[in-house]
Ligand binder design. Structure first.
Ligand SMILES: Nc1nc2c([nH]c(=O)n2[C@H]2C[C@H](O)[C@@H](COP(=O)(O)OP(=O)(O)OP(=O)(O)O)O2)c(=O)[nH]1
Length: 187
């Protein structure tokens, strides 16, 4: 089974209501938060949006992998990753990929395009789920709100995974994730 990671950097963006000019529009949840997504330029999920991430290398912890992949794909140095999810992808009944999901508000640098990825800051309430993996609309909104998820997502139709059909899932929120003792932060 492939072990992989995803990392979702978050920041307070400028897309929310401006209290100075839109006082009556500014509501509590209209915070204008943004998430850094990539448009994947090659490999699995090519042409779709995702978080930076990829396959773990031998001897590398998932957290190290998420940091390395984010650096390689968009040139951002992420720190203080909070574990947000563990997703198990099955293809035709067989374990295919185990994906560790992280989020962070701590990073350095400016996202820069690479051969693998074109980065884009996107409002968290305007994530392009119609241009992402079919299962993402089920778990990513909660992850961007600060929740923790454990899920199993079943695909059928043969390899590659990104051409198979998403058929079924099980998901648990506020799951306690293995090997993650990080403090909870407020997202
Ligand atoms: N958001 C989301 N990501 C997924 C799903 N399934 C799945 O494998 N991924 C992620 C896990 C990995 O971060 C990424 C695939 O790994 P990758 O980017 O290394 O794949 P690749 O074939 O391009 O590998 P490489 O040659 O570039 O190393 O896609 C899914 O259903 N939703």
């Amino acid at each position: 089974m492939i072990e992989a990671t995803l990392c979702f950097p978050l920041r307070d963006g400028e897309t929310g209501a401006d209290p100075a000019t839109d006082a009556d529009l500014a509501t509590d949840d209209e915070t204008g938060r943004e998430v850094l997504l990539i448009e994947k330029r090659r490999g699995l999920g090519e042409g779709w949006y995702n978080g930076p991430g990829g396959k773990c290398e031998p001897g590398e912890t998932p957290r190290e992998c998420a940091i390395r992949e984010t650096r390689e794909e968009v040139g951002l140095e992420v720190r203080d990753l909070e574990k947000a999810g563990e997703l198990r992808f099955l293809l035709d009944g067989e374990a295919h990929t185990f994906c560790h999901v992280y989020r962070t508000r701590s990073f350095e640098g400016e996202p820069t395009a690479s051969e693998e990825a074109a980065p884009e800051w996107v409002p968290v309430d305007d994530v392009p789920y119609d241009r992402m993996w079919d299962d993402d609309r089920l778990w990513l909104p909660g992850v961007l709100e600060g929740k923790t998820v454990a899920g199993e997502f079943r695909f059928e139709g043969g390899t590659p995974l990104d051409e198979a059909d998403f058929v079924d899932h099980e998901m648990a929120w506020d799951a306690s994730l293995e090997g993650d003792q990080d403090e909870k932060r407020s997202y």
